[in-house]
Ligand binder design. Structure first.
Ligand code: MSP
Length: 680
């Protein structure tokens, strides 16, 4: 490609999402924002000039554990989740140029190449790591950054002490080069206030970064040292670069040292990885750095972080099926300014739908088309117009031009929320114009004048149909189709006012956004809330997966699913010896134990199970005993119970305890037997 061809290339990425669970509205938000920005850029620069990348982050301990909890091999598990993401993005009308998966050979190859370059340049060395690691973040923390009780500040769950041989990246060398970068590219991180946070993090000093792990296998093997796998964040960040490497055409999107291009869009919680580690690694490898780290805020639900373990996760596909995909896209883009946090509310969603989409936009189109049909034989009529009509038409044109500039300014930032604000102000201006010019009255005395008023509104709708496309692509095409425009599928950016064809037959169709009446609103709110209650119930049950006959964990939550029949209620059905033999009961020793924050009945217990290794179980024992009392004790466990999340922590087994409602004792061997011994 020549310089001229590459001059306006635009490259935007979303984070690659962990293949540990299916997408929720938070993931959808980033992807919809990225899609709207890229669709806008395609309209402005031409389709071939824009590259929008998304994908899935498929390696690491977190994924390995999610796979094992569901009884699948990691590859089979990530294949399934990647499919879920792809189909969710298809449903939400996301037009990505590539979907990268970190388990693809094309990616792994590039990760290993980058690694080799870093080794050759002496940017990586072998050492030992001991640190506090949060599996949920796949990140290390310094003690000073943790919450009381050694909790991860993001996930509010205990970090783990990890000690292992590890390769290190000489991150400490990059303190000054990074600070220089932030001065040289003052808009490297946006919003600006995030830049200050990153700067002070870097100014407070950088330690070399542990970049390999030996405690699990699910990752990209380190070239020449195959017992190590590449630290999952190094692996993941490289996707932005690896996805472009296969072809010359796509490589150009990365840009050069003088003309960096990559814009990384993401939630604010992962800025540090993108604004510190990633540019430092690229500098070390001699690869041009990105142009911008663009961080957006977080959606909460009723003020709480969205999480499966709370059961408050909002499913964007379900919403799309109920009220239309473009209404969901519109809502998330319109509701919060990019960079700010926001709380998701079904009421706000329905309010915006009815007042802005159904009333303001839907009515403008409907009324206009109905009047064109009635007053102007179903066709647009451009001429003749009196001088005063021209002036009034001109006023509408000026409003459209002004709003178009506002949209352009907003998208240059980018701020889709402000772009939509401007577009819907224009919609309201169109409605006001209709009210004031009153073609429905005018037609009685001056049918030509009425037709010209309608012509202006048709032109306004054409402009809206083009400018709304990045945000609501499917409805924008439908709007243009109903206007009767030839090639309605083909969009563009409005150029000249007055291009609406003369004599065009409009094609009024079904309402663009049918009003959701109070009964339907009630019905929708009820189904959404019922789904939420069911998810919360399920989450509570998962926090307490053991039936009441196994009180150790049943005590975890009083609100758990109704207990099946128990010893107190009546006889428990017989089991055959073969069924009993399926249980792998073992002697285990409690190595460490701690309370689970905010769960007054739960203890997180680390067990040594001899030949089966170490594992964690979460037990409802906190009201019966203390962590101090438990450490060092021998207990009996069910070792092959399907792993489950209890209180947000993966529990791999169950400690056998005595008692019905309250626990009164623990089962233990009567003499000193080897840890891990089987029970028969
Ligand atoms: N795999 C890493 C990213 C690696 S990028 C090289 C990861 N994955 S994730 O599945 O946890 O996705 C995090 C991203 O999803 C956030 O940065 C954000 O873009 C989006 N969101 C997830 N939950 C969100 C909200 N509740 N609100 C807004 N966006 C959120 O981190």
């Amino acid at each position: 490609m020549s310089d001229a061809d590459t001059d306006s290339l635009y490259y935007l990425t979303t984070p690659i999402y962990y293949a540990s669970d299916v997408p929720h509205i938070g993931h959808a938000y980033t992807t919809i924002v990225g899609d709207a920005i890229c669709r806008y850029e395609r309209l402005r620069r031409g389709a071939g000039q824009v590259f929008f990348l998304t994908g899935t982050d498929e390696h690491g301990e977190k994924i390995e554990r999610a796979a094992s909890a569901s009884g699948l091999q990691p590859q089979a598990w990530v294949d399934r989740i990647a499919d879920e993401y792809r189909s969710a993005w298809r449903d939400l009308n996301i037009q990505y140029d590539d979907f990268i998966r970190t388990t693809e050979p094309r990616h792994e190859q590039v990760v290993q190449d980058i690694w080799k370059r870093l080794i050759e340049r002496d940017e990586i060395y072998l050492g030992h790591y001991e640190g506090l690691y949060c599996v949920a973040c796949e990140g290390f923390y310094l003690e000073k950054d943790l919450l009381p009780g050694n909790l991860c500040p993001d996930h509010k769950r205990p970090v783990e002490l990890v000690r292992e041989e590890s390769y290190f990246f000489r991150l400490s060398k990059y303190q000054q080069p990074l600070l220089d970068l932030y001065s040289r590219q003052p808009d490297f991180i946006e919003p600006k206030r995030r830049m200050n946070e990153v700067k002070s993090f870097v100014e407070s000093g950088l330690k070399d970064l542990s970049v390999s792990r030996t405690s699990f296998r699910w990752g990209v093997p380190v070239p020449g040292a195959e017992k190590h796998v590449v630290y999952v964040w190094i692996d993941a960040l490289s996707n932005y670069y690896s996805a472009l490497q296969a072809h010359e055409r796509t490589r150009a999107f990365w840009g050069t040292a003088d003309r960096p291009r990559a814009i990384h869009l993401m939630g604010k919680e992962i800025i540090r990885f993108h604004a510190v580690y990633w540019p430092a690694l690229l500098m070390a490898a001699g690869i041009p750095i990105p142009r911008k780290i663009l961080a957006h805020g977080w959606w909460t639900v009723d003020g709480e972080k969205m999480s499966k373990s709370l059961g408050n996760v909002v499913d964007p596909r379900k919403l799309g099926a109920d009220i239309g995909v473009d209404a969901v896209r519109y809502f998330v883009l319109r509701e919060i300014p990019l960079g700010e946090d926001g709380d998701f509310s079904y009421d706000a969603l329905l309010n915006r739908y009815n007042s802005e989409l159904a009333n303001d936009l839907g009515n403008l189109l409907n009324r206009t088309l109905a009047m064109v049909e009635k007053f102007s034989a179903g066709k647009s009529r451009r001429w003749p117009a009196t001088a005063s009509d021209e002036t009034r038409g001109q006023r509408l044109a000026e409003q459209a031009l002004r709003r178009r500039s506002e949209v352009e300014a907003a998208m240059a930032e980018p701020q889709p929320q402000r772009a939509l604000e401007a577009l819907f102000a224009l919609v309201r201006e169109g409605n006001t114009y209709l009210e004031q010019q009153a073609p429905f009255t005018r037609v009685k005395t001056d049918p030509d004048g009425a037709a010209f008023i309608l012509y202006n509104v048709l032109e306004l709708l054409r402009w809206l149909g083009l400018m709304l496309e990045p945000f609501m692509p499917e409805r924008a095409v439908e709007l243009r189709r109903q206007l009767g425009l030839p090639n309605a599928q083909q969009g563009g950016w409005p150029q000249t006012w007055g291009d609406f064809p003369d004599g065009l037959a409009v094609a009024k169709g079904a309402t663009l956004f049918p009003r959701i009446d109070p009964d339907r609103q009630k019905e929708l709110l009820e189904t959404w809330r019922a789904a939420r209650r069911a998810a919360e119930e399920k989450a509570r049950a998962a926090a307490s997966p053991v039936p009441a006959t196994q009180p150790a964990a049943a005590a975890a939550s009083p609100a758990a699913a109704p207990a099946p029949s128990s010893a107190a209620d009546g006889p428990i059905p017989e089991v055959s010896f073969d069924e009993f033999k399926k249980l792998d009961l073992r002697v285990a020793c409690v190595v460490s134990c701690e309370r689970v924050p905010k769960k007054d009945k739960l203890l997180k217990v680390e067990l040594d199970v001899g030949p089966l290794g170490h594992r964690h179980v979460v037990a409802g024992l906190a009201q019966f005993t203390t962590p101090e009392e438990l450490v060092g004790k021998r207990v009996i466990i069910v070792a092959n119970l399907k792993p489950a999340k209890i209180g947000g922590i993966l529990s791999q087994g169950m400690i056998l305890a005595i008692g019905q409602e309250a626990i009164v004792g623990l089962l233990a061997p009567d003499r000193d037997v080897a840890v891990g011994s089987a029970i028969r």
